[in-house]
Design a protein. Structure first.
Length: 157
C-alpha cells in the first residue's frame, strides 16, 4: 500500500496530495530473492546479473541509445541546460548544468483504448493517508517523493 499526505506549496500557495516513501528501500538482494522464487534462476545468478545491469545500460546510453527493458520501461540520458539569447554565445559545456537519466515506464494499450503504465495499476493501488507532518524517507533528501516540483534536486539523479 503506497502512502500520501496533504502538502502545501509555499511558491504557488496551493495544497496537493504528495506520495510519501516510508521505511528503508528494498535492496537488490531482496529483489533477487523474490525473482529467484518465481523463476528457475538462483538468487546468486539474479544478483550477478542485476549487479552488472547499470554498467551495461551506461555503455549503451553513452552510444546515444535509449535502453528498453521489456515490461519495465525506457531509460535515456537527458540534459538540464540553460539557454542563451544569442547563437554566438552558445557553448555546450557552459550551458549543460547536469546529465540525468530519464525513466519512462512501459505502457500497454487497454481494450478501451486507454493506456496503463508498467509498475502502475491504479485498480490495485490502495493509497493510505499519513499525517501532514510525515517525512518522506527517500534516500538523498527529505520530501523526495512527488508533488508540485518544489524539489531542488532530482532524487533519481
Amino acid at each position: 500500500m503506497p502512502f500520501w499526505k496533504k502538502a502545501h506549496s509555499k511558491r504557488t500557495n496551493v495544497y496537493y496530495p504528495q506520495a510519501i516513501v516510508q521505511g528503508k528501500p528494498v535492496e537488490t538482494e531482496t529483489i533477487a530473492k523474490d525473482l529467484a522464487k518465481i523463476s528457475t534462476v538462483s538468487n546468486s545468478d539474479v544478483q550477478a546479473v542485476l549487479g552488472d545491469i547499470s554498467g551495461v545500460m551506461h555503455t549503451r546510453m553513452m552510444q546515444g541509445k535509449s535502453v528498453h527493458i521489456k515490461g519495465l520501461g525506457y531509460f535515456r540520458y537527458v540534459l538540464d541546460t540553460k539557454g542563451v539569447a544569442d547563437l554566438a554565445d552558445f557553448d555546450f559545456d557552459k550551458q549543460v548544468q547536469a546529465v540525468r537519466v530519464q525513466f519512462i515506464p512501459e505502457r500497454t494499450k487497454l481494450s478501451n483504448g486507454t493506456y496503463t503504465r508498467a509498475l502502475v495499476d491504479s485498480e490495485q493501488l490502495e493509497w493510505i493517508e499519513l499525517s501532514s507532518d510525515a517525512k518522506d524517507t527517500t534516500p538523498g533528501g527529505e520530501e523526495g517523493g512527488s508533488g508540485d516540483g518544489d524539489l531542488e534536486e532530482n532524487p533519481l539523479g
